[in-house]
Every structure is written in C-alpha cells, then in structure tokens.
Design a protein around this ligand. Sequence first.
Ligand code: SAM
Length: 299
Amino acid sequence: MQPTSPTAIRALLDRYGLEPKKGLGQHFLWQAGIVEKIADAAELDGEDVLVEIGPGLGILTAACARRAGLVIAVEIDESLFPLLGEVLQDYHNVRLVAGDARTVDFREIVARHAPGVKRPCKVIGNLPYYLTSPLLLRLLEGEFRAELLVFMVQKEVAERIVAGPGGKEYGSLSVAAQYYSEPELLFTVKPQAFLPPPEVSSAVVRLRRRERPPVEVADEGFFFQVVRAAFCYRRKTIRNALQEAALLEPGDASAVFAESGIAPVRRGETLGLHEFAGLANAILRARERKIGHALRQSN
Ligand code: SAM
C-alpha cells in the first residue's frame, strides 16, 4: 500500500519504529498527484533502466516502476529496507541497493542489475539538500553517462541550475549544468506536500544530456578553473579575479582580452558560456605562445 497522506506515512513509520532523519534530508512526499508528475517528467517506457536516488518510503519508486523496465533504487539508510520491501512487494522490476550516492559506482551497479542493456540510463530523485550539488556535478562530469536526470531540489537551487548570466543565481553550477545538459525548471512544489514539511519550497528540474557541449573548449579542466575563479571572486573584475586565482599572468592580460573580445572590467557573473570558453581558450593560447617563444630563444 502506498502511503499517500501524512497520516498514512506517520502510521507506516510508527509500525517500523522509524523517525524521519533530518541529517539525511528525509522529507517524504505524500501527494500522489505530484509523485505522478515527477515520474512522468522522466519520459519512461518499458525499455528504460532508471536509477533512483533515495527511494525513502518508495512512493516515487512505485510510480516509476509502473512506467520503466527496471528501477534500481540506491538508498543510504538501510533501516528503511524492511519497510521498502513491504511497500514495493508487488513491483518485481525494482532492485534496492544500499549505498551512498556520492560514492557508489553507478556503472557497476547498472551492469550488475541490468547486464547487456545498451540504452543509456535515466536518473531520478527527490534529493536531500546537502546532496544536490555534489551529486549533480558527479553525474554530469563523471563516466556514468545518464541521458536524462529528473530531480526535485530546493527551489533556489533549481533557479541556479537554469540561470543565465547577469543575476545573482548565476554561478558555477549554472555553467556546469548548461555545459553538459539542457536544464529545465518544470514546476515548483510547496513544503506541505512532504512529511515533515521542509522550510523552503522545492522544484523539479529535468536535465537532458547534450550530445556535445554547446561551446568548444581546448581544455575542459581549465575552462572550469576559469569559471570557478570568476564566481569565487564575484566582486572583482574578471581580469582581477583571474589574476587573483593565478590563472592569468598580468603580462598576458591585454592580448587575452583583446583576442577574446571581452572587456577586462566586466564581472565574471555577466559572462555567458561562449565568453568563458573564448577567455579560457585565449589564456591557453597566450601560454602556448610564451612557451614557443621561450623554446625558440633557447635554441
Ligand atoms: N524518494 C522519497 C520521496 O520522494 O518521498 C524520499 C526523498 S527524501 C527527500 C531523500 C532520500 O534520500 C531519503 O530516503 C534519504 O535517506 C536518502 N538519502 C540521503 N542521502 C543519501 C545518499 N547520500 N545516498 C543515497 N540516498 C540518500
């Protein structure tokens, strides 16, 4: 039986002697309509292998299992497993995996539970706040290439993920999300939809992985160093921020800004993805020119 009211959730937890664990962000969704909308957002069909992060009491897991071929649910709190076994007993296409989503090897888990499946996976989760940014970055940057991510996150974080240049929400997370995927904010959810209600509103985001990034960067690692430096020193001009982070030598600055067509007095938070890429590439070219020059002199 699915717990679809606060009273039903409370009764289920009581029966297993459990209390929601604040430290693990355990706010359980009970509004069935919202659960169905989140599951719909993953655009599932019977061929899909879906990884769920944090099944909790299994309400979203069940909604996904009605749509997908296989649901692999990774939960850190093993005390929930007996309860999950009961709630999900009629869903034979669900596998429960004990583990921490920050460190588990998703590729190994999928290979173990869905051997031979070639289609890229999807990932879904109503995420605890503390997990959102590290997990999102891990899933976007890492080797496990899911094609679609659907996450319920704090509304503020959802706004950061989709933000464009110029506003205070725009930051490294926006750039990373938009570099690897096309993120959309689908809808917001009020705290009353959860037990216990969190202090802030939530929102559901969907990130569709891009086949290739929208900008060409010569060195991805360096591109992200430039992005992080720009937002780390938000109040400084981009020139000073890059110098402060020791990414740009003062002697290279005028050539780099002239070549990339970016005014050195701009602040990093006003730069779009193309501008960050142009800047990072221009710095690397300036470094290469210097190395070439030094080599010619030593010969
Ligand atoms: N999916 C359920 C729902 O929608 O009601 C529960 C969502 S609750 C906000 C977050 C869930 O993530 C909890 O079950 C919690 O135990 C689990 N969790 C927290 N940290 C985790 C981690 N590092 N790895 C895997 N699961 C985690």
